[in-house]
Design a protein around this ligand. Structure first.
Ligand code: ATP
Ligand code: MG
Length: 453
């Protein structure tokens, strides 16, 4: 056994491992926690590996949830932690490039470490001594900043196509490089990658774009050929030149905009996909110039289809497509108050902060350095002022509703909506009109226009 490092396992988790020892079993912490502690980072979850079978673990602890018994995994609630406990195992044959046909339990920790994907993920710690068991040179790779497959990368990627994406995820998260042979093996595994479920791809991809350096991940995805497999709409933006203030093609612009956005899944996805409609909407003009009319609508449409395919939640899809649909606005301080209110009425109060953020990310992605937030902050200040004065932005803010209109003699039906929309227009222009008396008066005057007697 190669032991050259030590890490401290938190006391509660040492006590957790003691329960195994008292029952005559071994227990190690493995994978991500060991890696993260060796990097001096906080470990998010401590996953345990043991020679105890799931049913043994069920007897050792009071609160055991069978989260993946067929793969030997149960989750134990212990002093406020949820510890995933997996029986040492060797994965059987991977016939479909997705999941092993079968798993075989083993009493050998080293066999368990060998089935793991990368050397930096293939280490264990003995909780009692703090000794790190590192048979694949993971700590040296950590020190050198390298993601390297355990064993032959071509074989390992063929077993599970998702590992290609995981290699990029870990390199991106830690700012590591990918070992040359491992990197070269990614394109060989595209057939297996195509068999991976959308949900697994979505989860890894989301983690990649939420790191501190999404641009590194996105370039690796493009260069390795993976991006074209699951997000061809974005890959198609490569080489689409843009004029005006843009220094980048649509692809690099999208990547830079994504990197400039705050690390929030809706904002990063919106920034990344906000221009994916441009390849389809590029129109050449006789003077040699070109335009992208309607690309906001096309981008929103393509983003919706792509995110649906990747099985993002309806809430994320709705937010991202709405932000993309409305990303083309050019605020300047000479917008009238009415124009500001109309903007809010159109995009929704809930979205204005994120739209401003998207606009800044978009500008930052043009290649002239970070956008100056002062260009857009006054818009948010003005909106906040109108809001604090309880000015109306939508139909529900009007001092009058459909029932009031019917009391004034308007017939029930779709006409009511039209009248309310007109009243809102008037109120957006002049918030002083938003009283029941004044709106009733205007509504009465509108009767002529709508032919109501
Ligand atoms: P994170 O902090 O992102 O959770 P992690 O290393 O814990 O990182 P997980 O996806 O939670 O990553 O997986 C836990 C461990 O299981 C990994 O460290 C690795 O040892 C192993 N593992 C996970 N997925 C695979 C896979 N597809 N192939 C081989 N081993 C894997
Ligand atoms: Mg984990």
């Amino acid at each position: 056994m190669i032991i050259n490092k030590r890490i401290d396992v938190p006391r509660d988790l040492r006590a957790f491992a003691d329960v195994f020892a008292a029952g005559g079993f071994r227990c190690y912490f493995v994978g991500g926690a060991v890696r993260d502690r060796l990097l001096g980072r906080d470990a998010s979850d401590w996953d345990a590996a043991t020679d105890a079978l799931p049913q043994d673990v069920g007897r050792l602890f009071r609160s055991v949830i069978p989260t993946g018994v067929q793969h030997g995994t149960v989750t134990v609630r212990w002093r406020g932690h949820s510890v995933e406990v997996t029986t040492f195992r060797i994965d059987g044959e991977y016939r479909d490039g997705r999941r092993p046909e079968s798993v075989r339990f083993t009493a050998d920790l080293l066999e368990d470490l060998s089935r793991r994907d990368f050397t930096i993920n293939g280490m264990a710690v003995d909780p009692a001594s703090g000794e790190v068991i590192d048979p694949h040179g993971g700590s040296a790779d950590l020190a050198a900043g390298i993601v390297r497959a355990i064993g032959d990368p071509v074989v390992r990627f063929a077993e599970d196509g998702l590992r290609t994406l995981r290699a990029i995820r870990f390199a991106t998260r830690f700012g590591f490089s990918i070992d040359a042979a491992t990197l070269k093996a990614i394109p060989t595994a595209l057939p297996q990658f195509r068999l991976v479920s959308a949900e697994r791809i979505r989860d890894e991809f989301t983690k990649i774009i939420l790191t501190d350096r999404p641009a590194q991940g996105l370039h690796l995805l493009e260069d390795s050929g993976l991006l074209r497999e699951f997000l061809p709409e974005l890959a198609a933006c490569r080489g689409i030149g843009q004029g005006g203030p843009h220094r980048y093609d649509v692809f690099d612009h999208s990547v830079e905009a994504c990197a400039a956005a705050e690390a929030d899944v809706v904002l990063r996805l919106s920034a990344l996909l906000h221009d994916i409609g441009k390849p389809a909407r590029k129109a050449d003009h006789p003077d040699g110039g070109f335009s992208f009319y309607g690309h906001d609508i096309e981008s929103a449409r393509l983003a919706e289809a792509a995110l649906r395919r990747l099985k993002y939640t309806n809430a994320i899809i709705a937010d991202v497509t709405h932000l993309i649909r409305h990303h083309m606005f050019d605020y300047s301080d000479d917008w009238s108050d009415a124009a500001v209110r109309r903007f809010v009425s159109r995009v929704g109060l809930d979205y204005v902060g994120r739209l401003a953020a998207l606009r800044l990310a978009d500008t930052s992605g043009m290649g002239h350095g970070p956008a100056d937030p002062r260009a857009i902050m006054p818009m948010l200040d003005r909106i906040e002022e109108f809001r604090s004065k309880e000015q109306a932005f939508g139909l529900k803010d009007l001092a009058i509703n459909g029932n009031d209109l019917m009391a004034l003699g308007w017939p029930r039906g779709p006409l009511l909506g039209k009248v309310l929309a007109e009243l809102l227009e008037a109120v957006l222009d002049d918030p002083e009109l938003n009283t029941k008396e004044r709106l009733s008066l205007i509504a009465t005057r509108l009767k002529d226009k709508f032919g109501i007697i």
